[in-house]
Design a protein around this ligand. Structure first.
Ligand SMILES: *[C@@H]1O[C@H](CO)[C@@H](O)[C@H](O)[C@H]1NC(C)=O
Ligand SMILES: CC(=O)N[C@H]1CO[C@H](CO)[C@@H](O)[C@@H]1O
Length: 419
């Protein structure tokens, strides 16, 4: 969670791990798939961390929930209001062993907040850690999974983000016999919580936060609904570019109920231009990452709200017919290979989409040949601008090329259908 802690934990585990072990521990570990009652499409919501860090309380969480309603986020499909690290006191209850909400931050408990969030027609998420303590040093859930999952369920929790700090040395990984990282000690720490969540009456969406380590893209979908692909987001353009560059290597792990998580959004956090925020949003959309806003929603401009509530982009993200993301394609027969790629195409229930990003520092003309768009087929087509919500003038054929000026760091998004 806290970025500067990552290298420490990483080092601790990496120095002693090279591959997973299929040991007695792995044979006994739960094998529950994540719930199919939640998490089919990537989560849409908000989380306290990027906005407030540890400085959280009931008023801030409820203000965000109210903003979902007031700003049209709820109407656009945003559901999850998630509490990150630092919500509890430092010690468990000595008799029940439950984690205790901090009464100064949450005077009505987490249950009290959950009731109010649910009353607005929204869902609520909580945070814990697959170690002895969270990244900020509050009680972790390793070894206490059954108690904590039952507690979260009894409070009405709908979503769990599960972090990876403070892992005891005996949980590090040793040489594998079968090479499947699902059987690594690291995966087993997450499987233990997955098993505990599976026995609860509520479906709880399960977000694995182990920063892209332990080959999580090869086993994440067997354990949780999403898995982080790297370290914490920061409100900088270089972060947006690096998250895209990383994720495009692992697109085959994305489908219904399982999503690569490019981390929480930085829109509104002052490090990005509006064009960069548009591309931050669009890339998380077309790569089907969870989108958890991470700012004081009441301070967003109307233009920022328009970005995050774009109905057509959200429809691609939340499509219940096509699970996969858009993937890079070669825009013209002689187009250069760039890193990250600039041209992406994918299907939705509405048709075929093309997304183009430009990471250069000036406006450039971007061109693609319709014959290069995967599985578009032949015939006549109309091209619809998803950002503007209007059709581009003219009719196109499979022998057409299409050109558009793309401002620096901005993007364009199209729906292509038969004319
Ligand atoms: C590490 O030690 C704890 C406490 O003895 C034990 O419960 C746990 O199973 C051990 N983990 C592994 C992977 O052996
Ligand atoms: C990341 C990326 O490929 N950016 C491109 C933006 O457009 C300019 C001009 O076509 C390219 O040079 C960049 O490579």
């Amino acid at each position: 969670m806290v970025y500067h802690l990552v290298p420490l934990v990483f080092l601790l585990i990496r120095t002693v791990s090279s591959a997973p072990a299929a040991s007695g521990t792995s044979l006994a570990a739960p094998t529950n798939l994540p719930s199919r009652e939640t998490g089919k499409t990537p989560a849409l919501g908000w989380n306290t961390w990027n906005a407030y860090g540890c400085n959280i309380n009931e008023a801030k969480v409820l203000a965000a929930a109210q903003s979902f309603v007031d700003l049209g986020l709820k109407a656009a499909g945003y559901q999850y209001v998630n509490i990150d690290d630092c919500w509890s006191v430092r010690s468990r209850d000595t008799s029940t062993q439950r984690i205790v909400p901090d009464p100064s931050k949450f005077p009505n408990g987490i249950n009290g907040v959950a009731n109010k969030v649910h009353a607005l027609g929204l869902k609520i998420g909580i945070y814990s850690d697959a170690g002895t303590a969270t990244c900020a040093g509050y009680p972790g859930s390793l070894g206490m999974e059954s108690i904590d999952a039952a507690t979260f369920s009894s409070w009405g929790i709908d979503y769990l983000k599960y972090d990876n700090c403070n892992v005891p040395g005996n949980w590090s990984d040793t040489t594998a016999s079968d090479g499947d990282w699902y059987n690594s000690n690291s995966a087993i720490r997450y499987r233990q919580m997955g098993g505990a969540l599976a026995t609860q009456s509520r479906p709880i969406q399960y977000s694995l936060c182990l920063w892209g380590n332990y080959k999580v893209t090869t086993w994440g979908a067997r354990v949780g609904h999403s898995w982080r692909m790297g370290g914490d987001a920061v409100p900088q353009w270089s972060y947006v570019v690096s998250a895209i560059t990383n994720n495009v290597q692992y697109l085959s792990s994305i489908d219904f109920y399982g999503h690569n998580d490019m981390d929480m959004m930085e829109i509104g956090n002052k490090g990005l231009t509006l064009a960069e925020e548009r591309t931050h949003f669009a890339a998380w959309i077309f790569l089907k990452s969870p989108i958890l806003l991470g700012t004081d929603l009441s301070a967003l401009s109307a233009a920022q709200v328009a970005v995050i509530t774009n109905r057509e982009l959200l429809a691609f993200h939340q499509d219940t017919t096509v699970g996969g993301p858009a993937a890079p394609f070669k825009a013209t027969t002689n187009a250069p290979v760039t890193s990250p790629p600039e041209y992406y195409s994918g299907k939705s229930s509405k048709g075929t989409h093309v997304f183009i990003i430009n990471l250069s520092s000036s406006t450039v003309t971007k061109t693609f040949a319709l014959s290069q768009v995967p599985n578009l087929g032949s015939g006549n087509f109309k091209i619809h601008d998803m950002w503007a919500g209007v059709d581009v003038s003219g009719t196109f054929s499979s022998s057409s090329t299409f050109s558009v000026q793309v401002p620096s760091h901005d993007n364009v998004a199209y729906l292509i259908t038969s004319a």
